[in-house]
Structure formats: structure tokens, C-alpha cells
Design a protein around this ligand. Sequence first.
Ligand SMILES: Cc1cc2nc3c(=O)[nH]c(=O)nc-3n(C[C@H](O)[C@H](O)[C@H](O)COP(=O)(O)OP(=O)(O)OC[C@H]3O[C@@H](n4cnc5c(N)ncnc54)[C@H](O)[C@@H]3O)c2cc1C
Length: 319
Amino acid sequence: MLTSLAEAAPRERPAYRSFRVQVARVERLSPHFTSITFTGDELGEFGTAGLDQRVKVVLPLPEIGFAAFPEGEDWYPAWRELPGELRNPFRTYTVRAVRPDVREVDVVFVGHGDGGPASAWAAQASPGDELVLIGPDELSPGRTSGIDWRPGDVETFVIAGDETAAPAIASIVGALPADANGIALIEVPANEDRLEMQAPPGVEVRWLPRNEGGTHGDRLVPAVRDWVVRHLAARGLAAASDEERAQRALAAAEHDDEPDGPLWDVPEGHSLDGACYAWLAGEATAITTLRRFLVREAGLDRRQVAFMGYWRLGRAELD
Ligand SMILES: Cc1cc2nc3c(=O)[nH]c(=O)nc-3n(C[C@H](O)[C@H](O)[C@H](O)COP(=O)(O)OP(=O)(O)OC[C@H]3O[C@@H](n4cnc5c(N)ncnc54)[C@H](O)[C@@H]3O)c2cc1C
């Protein structure tokens, strides 16, 4: 006989949990992209929702590896309780591909040579290396959480990002319907970093190599501006009235003018039906500039713009 409510209603399976994995293969895709295929007994249950779904990559500590890492669904509070020297560092990445039938997951790492533990680990990775992924659980009712691509029913997509967003953009563009319309603009370090990408015929994929010159956003920001001005404004898609534009500019200014401004703003739900949906991800300053342009000058509603600072120049991701 049941004696308590807890017994009557078992806890829901959490959206994310830890998966012990080993490196199966390492493929250097280009000078700055490395695809790492992970394998592990439990990957048959790894979430397959795709798009820009994120994972945490937990890195080994010197000498002890993962001996102190508290696995399972409640890993995070337990990890926080650990003394600093026993806390494995972790960073955020995107699931590029999942093959549950052969228990494999691919993640594409950007090599940036700025001393970050994740980039450094990927540069040295070889088959057999161990890692922990905190990833979506296919059997959980929350299996689609961690996805920020929520466009609703729109006429045109503007997808823009730097190299860290390229894996997410590849998955998103590959999943667009055959009649989708719009552009994906991807700034990468070098010419050779243009990756294979499957896109529907109405979606242009444009690579913007910095070729070792300039900083993040130098190529991306003007390219997005140009495209928006030519295509959206010309078709009247982004045209808001002057009054609407002024109100949106004010709301945006209140929202993001603090010196350290928000790095993330993703419209909630699927209520965005309308002319255009913009998805922006990458270095925070460049992405903030783009969001301001789209909302204040081009007249898009903030709720049409998903904006994600994936990283910030000069700052390590906080664990
Ligand atoms: C939702 C989400 C998904 C992401 N998906 C991916 C992905 O699929 N692939 C991927 O490579 N990255 C991805 N990123 C970005 C990644 O988390 C950051 O680049 C992260 O900082 C890398 O960790 P690190 O240990 O190498 O460097 P950190 O220790 O975090 O940073 C060390 C230094 O390197 C700088 N830095 C960090 N990244 C870069 C870069 N790309 N270029 C130049 N300098 C940099 C920092 O500003 C800092 O000064 C994603 C981020 C988010 C939030």
C-alpha cells in the first residue's frame, strides 16, 4: 500500500543527465573545426531532438580524471558542493549528430588557441579518451529542452553566427522545410573553414572568412545589415511604423543598455508567426550589435529575434 505522495507520484525523468563516454574518432574538418565522435553504453538513450540543442562537456582533471565528479541527474548541486580543486571544468557545446543505433554522438569543437580547457582538450583528443557529457535524455518528457530555435510560422529566416554557432546552424539549416526561405550567414576564421551544409534551395548559405584579419563580427555585422536592408526592407517585411519603431527602440534600450548587458534573449514559445525570424549566436558583443540593428533600425519586434551570446571575447565561460 502507498504511504506517501512521493511514492504515489514518482519523480519525472529529468531532461538532462550525465553520460560517460569515450572518444571513438577524431576528424580534423578544417584548420579551426574538429569533429569528435563519442561512444558510450548509455548513448542509446541520448536525446535526438537536434537543431541547436546544447550539451555540457565535462573535462577531466589532471591525475584524477572524473573520480570526484558526481554523476547522475543531480550532478550540478553535488558538483557545486565540491572544493574547487575537485570540480571538473565544463563548457557548453552543441550536439551536431546523434546515432542512437550505434550509440554515438558528434560534437564539433572550434580550436581557438586562447587557453580554454575545452579547446585545448579537443586539440589533443584521441580515441579512448574519457569524458562526461551532460546531455538530453530521449526518454524524458523534457527531451526538447535546451533548444532555442523556435521560429513559429514565418516567411523568412535570418540565421547568423560565428564559428561557434556553425554546428548549430548546420543542424538547423539541415532541418528546414524544403520550401524555407532566407539566409544563413556564418563568419569563420579562414577560407578553409567553410563546411559542408545541406540547405533547401530557397536558403542561401554564405560563409564569411575573416582570414586571420579583423575581430569577431567584422564580416558578420555588415553582411547581416546589407542583407536585411536589401531583402527585408525592400519587401516591406520588417517595416514597422515610426511609432512602433520608437517604442521598440526604447524597450530594447531599457533591456540591453547596461554595460554588461544580457547575453541571451530567446523568445518563449511558438507564438512568433509573422514575416521574419532572426536567430543570432556567437561572440556576445557582435551579436548584441546585430540585435540592436534588427530591433532599433530594421524594425523587427524583439520577440522575432533569438539572440544568444555563446561566448565573450576575453572571458572564460563561467562554470
Ligand atoms: C549554447 C551554446 C552552444 C555552443 N556550441 C558550441 C559548439 O558547438 N562548438 C564550439 O566550438 N563552441 C560552442 N559554444 C561556445 C563555447 O562554449 C565557448 O567558445 C567556450 O568558451 C569554449 O571553452 P574553452 O574552454 O575553449 O574557453 P574558455 O575557457 O571558456 O575561454 C578562454 C578564453 O578563450 C576565449 N574564447 C572562447 N571561445 C573562443 C572562440 N571560439 N574564439 C576565440 N576566443 C575564444 C574566451 O573569450 C577566453 O578569453 C557554444 C556556446 C553555447 C552557450
